[in-house]
Structures are given as C-alpha cells and as structure tokens.
Design a protein around this ligand. Sequence first.
Ligand code: ASP
Ligand code: MG
Length: 496
Amino acid sequence: MNKLVVMKFGGTSVEDAVAINRTAGIVRGRIEKGLTPIVVVSAMAKVTDQLLAAAAAAGRGDRSGALAITARLRSRHKETATVLLVSEEVKQQTQTVVDHTQIAPPELATLLISIDAEFDGLDEVLRGLAAVGELTPRISDMIVSMGERLSSRMIAEAFSQRGLNGVHVDARKCIITDNQHGKAIPDDAMIEARLKEHVLPHASEGRTVVMGGFIGSYVAPNAVADDKIITTTLGRGGSDFTAALVGGGIDAGAIEIWTDVNGIMTTDPRIVPEALRVKTISFEEAAELAYFGAKVLHPATILPAVKKNIPVLVLNSRNPENEGTRIISLAPHCQSPFKSIAAKRKLTIIDVVASRMLMSHGYLKAIFDVFDKHKCAVDMVSTSEVSVSLTVDSNEKLPDIAADLSKLADVKYEGRKALICLVGENIRGQNGISARVFNAIKHVNVRMISQGASEINMSFMIEEDDVEEAIRSLHAEFFASPDPEIFDVEAVKAAR
Ligand code: ASP
Ligand code: MG
C-alpha cells in the first residue's frame, strides 16, 4: 500500500492558532493510521487579498496605506506564532503575550526574528514601489508569496513542537514553473525531480513535510545559484493545484483537500436544504462542476491527479469524521442520471444575427476573433444558419465587444442571465432525460440549451431571477430517491 498522502489545508483551516491546532490534530490522525502526510498549506485566511491590496496601494503611490496593511499582517503572524509555540505551562505562569515570549522556547524567538525580517524586507519593497509607482507582475508575485511562505514555516514549527516531526520545505525549491507571473505553468518533470530531492528523503525518515501552496519559482536559463530563483504563483486558489502537483510528482496514494464544507453536494444547500453529499464522483464530473461554479476545488487540481490515477478527497476540517467526497477516475455506476446541479450567475447573452453573411464560410472565426481580441472567454455557444448566440461573464468590456461585432452583423446583448448545469456520467445514451429536465422547469423561460460536447453535462441559460426556483424543481425531480451507493442518504435521514 502506498502510504504517502498529500494533505492540503486552505486558508480557513489555518486562519488562526485554534484552526492550526485542529489541523495538527487531523494530521496526527493520519500518522496514527500509519500514513506519511506531506502537508500543503494556504496563506492564513484573507492574507493573500491583503498582500495584494498592499501591493496595489504601493503601486498607486500610497505608501502609508500599504505599510498600514503590512503592519497589521506582521502583528497577526507574530501573535499567531506566539500563541502556537508557547507551551500551556508557560501560558499559565505568565499573563500577557509579551510576558511569555520572554521564557518561550528558542524556536519561537527564531521564528519571530524571521517574521520580522520578512516584513522588514517587504516594507522596503513597498516603499520602493510607492516611490517608483509601478507594480510589475514579477514584484506582485514576490509580495503575495509572503502569505504561504510565512504560514508554512509557522505550521512546520508548530507541528514539530507537537511531536509530529514537522519540517519546512520551501515550495519554491520544488514547484518549478515558467515565467508567466500570476498564473505560471508548472514543469512536471522538473517538479518530480525536485520533490525526489527535497521532499521524499524527509518523508522516508518519518518527518512531516510542510510546504506552502500557490507559490513556485522560475529558474532563469542562465541561473547558477539559488539566489537567481524568481518567485512565481500558480493563480488564485492555486494551493489545490500545488497539492495535485505534489501528489502527482511523488505518486501519492491519495490527495486530501481539507476545506470548510462536507465535500461536493448535489446542489447548493443554501438553495435546497435537503441537498445530499455526493460520496463518489468521477474526475470528469468534478471538473465540469468546478468550472460551473461549485467552488469546492480548482478545476486544474484535477489534471495532475488524473494523469496518475490518484484519488482526490474533499474533506471538512471542521467535521473531520465526515467522509467527504472521493473523486476518482472512473465513477461507479449510479442509478440517477445526475450527480449534481450547479449554477453560474452574472452572465450575458450576446445574439449575433448575420443575415448578410448567410452561407459564407469564416464568419464564426470572425466573431470569435472579436472575443479573442478582447481576451473574453465564451461559456456557451449555439448557432443556427443565420445567427449565433454566445454567453460571457458580464463585464465592462461588453460595449466594446458589441461595437466590434456590429461591424460584422446585428448585435444585441442582455445581462442578468444564469447558466444551470446538470452533471452526470449516466446521461450518456439515456433516453428521455431532456424531457424530464425541461418538464421539471416548464414554467421557466429557457433561453439557450447545450448538450453533447462532453456528454456528461446538460446546460441551459435562464434569467438570473429564476435560478433558485429552477434548481429546486430539478433537485426534486432527480434526487427524490437517491442511490445510496453514491449519495449520503444517511445524513438526511438523521436530520429528519
Ligand atoms: N492563498 C492563495 C489564494 O488565496 C492560494 C490558495 O489559498 O489556494 O488565492
Ligand atoms: Mg481555495
């Protein structure tokens, strides 16, 4: 059996000392089961946003605004480190945080010194930035990487103090990427080699490696030493991606994504309180759902794990006993056609009526070139002989896009639309499913329909105001007698 398990903890799972203690308990549980965890952590909750805000303020020349943010971040990290590393005994003997640092373990002093040194360095960069007034993507990555660099060091130290043999590995040594700052592309082969060098030796000696998610580095072609390493990031929410890269790179037995929900649900429980936890789902289904707004995990997480057939588990750190959702490459057969229903709001439909271009080739290309020019992603497309309807995220570029399109054809656009997406492998080759879907929502005005492309998703566009009503009706139609192999029917029974 493969004992390596990658455990990723998101920002809320490491937001303060209480959360980090809970995380330590969960990791201990895995060690006690004979597993060897490799832990990937996010920055403490909201830190990434605040670092970006500090960088933006400095970029605008607002020096004091930027420094005020980092001053708060500095004390938050130092306080958390202190609460984590001062033993209960010392806490009882002393009154205040300041008091007990005096008699705290040397590890705390070292950690506090390095937190101060990091923030001193950061403040220097921000002052320079405020003077120059230009924030480059490269500097932004360097600034924002602080969140994960600090959280991972602090948590490694807390783990070693709690008998978990924690050891910090700088993720930038392992997650090698290209130089597209803000959304760098990882280099799988280099990552695998670096993990063998920097992570596996610790794991085989029973140490618990802790590394930051989201961050990586670009090695300039002429680099000779480590100091030529340039910090990069994998894109917002990228810690899940790191976990999958690490899992793939070391051939882990499983990847656990610890968040604050019980896994993937049949739909948003705020809309349908009887929504069920999906126990098992396929990689493809989960990727569709992630794309369509189920915020449980980053769609790109899927890829490195799929390639190596490694199961991904979505688990709740506030409810660790819950089994979560297991994402595997081939989903077992399910009696109901769908696993989950998702919605994506704030969309706009653009109708392009091109009667002048009737029968001429190349007009779809001309239309898509406009979207490409404005770097605007299209969600759904539907065409007839003379018209094309497309949906995009509502954004401020729409008037410009419409102006360009109107050079080709007549254009109309309408906002406040939403896409409803039903996902399930078992719709392949089943008759009568569309009839059931549209019968369930016959009172709702459907604007565009798409089915086919992936064969596991059926989606359609409706008015934003109809989303809740449509989801409730569809959920009632398709999850009235859920398959107990796939859905957690026990939880619902218990709640009744
Ligand atoms: N801290 C990063 C973010 O907030 C990465 C992550 O948490 O996944 O986007
Ligand atoms: Mg996240």
